[in-house]
Design a protein around this ligand. Structure first.
Ligand code: 5AD
Ligand code: SF4
Length: 444
């Protein structure tokens, strides 16, 4: 039996694609190897969003080179966004790589493996087949990723995704709903809809077969067995009133929106080509909170974008406190080849200023998140049980509708939703105890 070893970098879409690669390889008779040294196929699913992603991958690729030198029969395959970004050079610069393919060709992995013996092979254009149509080997039995679109039509000046993932293409809604139904039949209770810009879903579909993103959310929530629906990531410019109404009215659709702001400075947002300004973003937050008062909001923020002044950075800091995020991912700007900012703007914020800004931002995000999460202490939250806690196996771990992790004592089966009394909080997690009331003896 051939064995494969797969390493995944990057975002949820890559996690999804890797589950499909596992499903495909399993259907081809491959088993998972315990480590790279034991593998016949060394496979990477790569990311290239920041320079640090490339560097992390380079270390791993070096190990593959060593193994290939020792065992020339090993097949080294590189998929994902880094591979796509290097498509013209990958076989020249890394001659030990046998197969390279972009994020749009996961479906072709089997065919590429069959051809590999003849020559180094690569495939680099989306051929209209969604990796979501492949079989999946899910990491979690009760939670699933669902691909609703690929690619991105935005032109954010810092971002390499449009260059590597191509134009946006929506998956037909019936395929999405059918897949969710099959997952539900297989024990899935929570789905996360995935796309580079989920809420522009459907605009490229023919009018007669179109559902809006809000309609798709409702259709997925109506699938019997599905108790929770999440999605990532939306673009603030495409959040419409109907999506807010769905969060308010459909209990399965979780009380959480990840709403990437990137910056709090109108000037920087303009240079980023985000198409909204600070005031419009804050107005959107107000409309969301009016519709769904208890909703959790999280975000992505970049510091050190070209030209970012102290005043611009102060605007990002004040955005965090003005919104009161439940959490945020914070990044230092990294110039990417082929992007507008990377090619045409000076990376002029000095490294020490970038690092001061990121530390200050992380502190503010943490204190805001701590204050937000503390509001749950003393309440009872419905928690979808995922399994034993990673830090303490005597406790269980799961998440609230707000997407906050809860570690708690008590008995509960993974995949069930149980009430938990929240006793304590940090800036990222809650602790509690099961509040399930025992069935009274003899109750019908
Ligand atoms: N430099 C730093 N952060 C970036 N992101 C995207 N491109 C860059 C870049 N060039 C961040 C954005 C995005 C998240 C996935 O990564 O915040 O939302
Ligand atoms: Fe990385 Fe972006 Fe590609 Fe995801 S889409 S793997 S974050 S480069």
């Amino acid at each position: 039996m051939p064995q494969y070893h797969l390493t995944t970098f990057g975002c949820q879409m890559n996690a999804h694609d890797s589950e499909r690669m596992r499903g495909l390889l399993s259907s081809l008779g491959y088993h998972e190897a315990p480590d790279r040294d034991a593998a016949d196929l060394i496979l990477f699913n790569t990311c290239t969003i920041r320079g640090s992603a490339d560097e992390r991958f380079m270390g791993n690729l070096g190990e593959a080179r060593r193994i290939k030198r020792e065992r020339p029969d090993v097949v080294v395959a590189v998929g994902g966004c880094w591979a796509q970004s290097q498509k013209d050079d990958v076989f020249r610069d890394f001659p030990f790589v046998d197969i390279a393919f972009g994020p749009g060709e996961v479906n072709r992995l089997g065919e590429l493996l069959a051809r590999e013996r003849i020559q180094a092979v690569g495939a680099f254009t989306f051929d209209g087949r969604f990796s979501g149509d492949l079989p999946s080997l899910r990491e979690r039995p009760h939670q699933a990723w669902v691909q609703i679109s690929v690619g991105c039509n935005c032109v954010c000046s810092y971002c390499i995704v449009p260059a590597v993932r191509g134009r946006e293409s929506s998956r037909p809604w019936q395929a999405v709903v059918d897949e969710v139904a099959a997952q539900a039949a297989d024990g899935v209770v929570e789905v996360t809809l995935l796309g580079q810009n989920v809420n522009s879903y459907g605009r490229d579909l023919p009018a007669t077969e179109r559902k809006s993103f809000a309609e798709l959310l409702v259709a997925v929530a109506e699938v019997p067995g599905i108790r929770r629906v999440r999605y990532t990531s939306p673009h603030p410019k495409d959040i419409r009133e109907d999506v807010i109404a769905v969060h308010r009215d459909v209990p399965e659709v979780c009380r959480h929106i990840h709403l990437p702001a990137q910056s709090g400075s109108t000037r920087v947002l303009k240079a980023m080509r985000r198409t909204y300004d600070r005031d419009r973003y804050l107005a959107l937050v107000d409309r969301i909170r009016e519709g769904v008062p208890d909703i959790a909001l999280t975000t992505d923020l970049i510091v050190g974008f070209p030209g970012e002044s102290d005043a611009d950075f102060a605007d990002t800091m004040s955005l965090v406190t003005a919104v009161g995020y439940d959490g945020a991912y914070t990044f230092v700007y990294s110039p990417r080849p082929g992007t507008e900012a990377g090619e045409q703007m000076d990376d002029d914020v000095p490294p020490e200023v970038k690092s001061q800004r990121i530390s200050a931002l992380i502190d503010t995000v943490q204190s805001t998140a701590r204050a937000r999460l503390s509001r749950h202490v003393g309440t009872v939250q419905d928690v979808l049980v995922e399994g034993p806690s990673r830090t303490d196996a005597s406790r269980l771990s799961g998440r609230t509708t707000h997407n906050v992790t809860v570690n708690f004592t008590g008995d509960a089966e993974p995949g069930t939703i149980v009430p938990v009394a929240i006793l304590d909080s940090t800036s990222t997690t809650l602790t509690g105890r099961s509040a399930r009331v025992a069935e009274p003896a003899g109750a019908a």
